[in-house]
Design a protein around this ligand. Structure first.
Ligand code: ADP
Ligand code: NI
Length: 215
């Protein structure tokens, strides 16, 4: 493997060694694999996409007091030390800053094919079987209820409301996870997302049946 990619992997593993289970190195590895899968069919700069995928969560703002500049800054500093081309570094930083779901709820200042690919790769890891596991893991980490029928999901949340919600984890399916299939940028990711989406629909149906003691 390319030395730059190997160095990046080692750097990210070190950065994320204390991370919550849904945002750990294995999340990054899956997003990286999803990126390579999408790139089999979509045309975008491979190095930029790989670096952005590997570095996209080195300092997620929700685990760093809301600081949205820290992740891009840490990634940029690392890439400079690796003597990566400045144009690629800037592109990677912009992708990291703008690709998150939270960022997409606010004003978007940046767009590129590379960002489309990496954003899709990250979003694919939020749905399907892995998506379900990650949501409940995150809810547990935050000490949230799994489900509370008296608290309705809130659709069309603002970026601020989304960041501050305390709602049960099942609500997150309606507030984000089930919306993702229609937000995929590339046709390649759309096709993969549809299958993972159907799997979540089946999960919810079974969940409610069991909740009601019906099967
Ligand atoms: P982004 O990092 O793209 O802004 P989030 O941080 O909102 O997106 O979500 C990343 C993942 O963390 C989600 O896909 C989900 O697995 C988990 N997560 C975030 N918020 C919640 C929540 N309120 N309830 C359950 N899981 C959540
Ligand atoms: Ni991510």
């Amino acid at each position: 493997m390319d030395a730059l990619i190997t160095n990046t992997i080692n750097f990210v593993k070190e950065q994320l060694k204390e991370a919550e289970g849904g945002h750990d190195w294995f999340h990054i590895e899956r997003v990286w694999k999803n990126t390579l899968l999408i790139l089999e069919k979509e045309n975008a700069n491979r190095l930029t996409c790989e670096l952005a995928a590997l570095l996209h969560d080195v300092a997620d703002s929700k685990f760093h007091g809301g600081d949205e500049e820290l992740g891009p800054a840490i990634a940029g500093k690392f890439l400079e030390a690796q003597q990566v081309d400045m144009a690629i570094i800037n592109e990677v930083k912009l992708i990291i800053k703008n690709m998150s779901y939270k960022a997409s709820l606010g004003q978007l200042a940046y767009h590129s094919k590379e960002m489309e690919v990496v954003q899709d790769a990250d979003r694919l890891d939020a749905i399907g079987a892995i998506g379900i596991a990650r949501a409940f893991n995150y809810g547990g980490f935050k000490n949230r209820a799994m489900h509370d029928p008296s608290i309705a999901p809130e659709l069309n949340m603002s970026k601020e409301a989304y960041k501050n919600t305390q709602a049960p984890t099942i609500n997150h399916f309606y507030e984000k996870l089930l919306l993702l299939k229609d937000k995929m940028n590339t046709d390649t990711a759309k096709a993969i997302a549809q299958q993972r989406h159907n799997y979540m629909e089946g999960f919810l149906e079974q969940f409610y049946a069991e909740w009601e003691g019906k099967r």
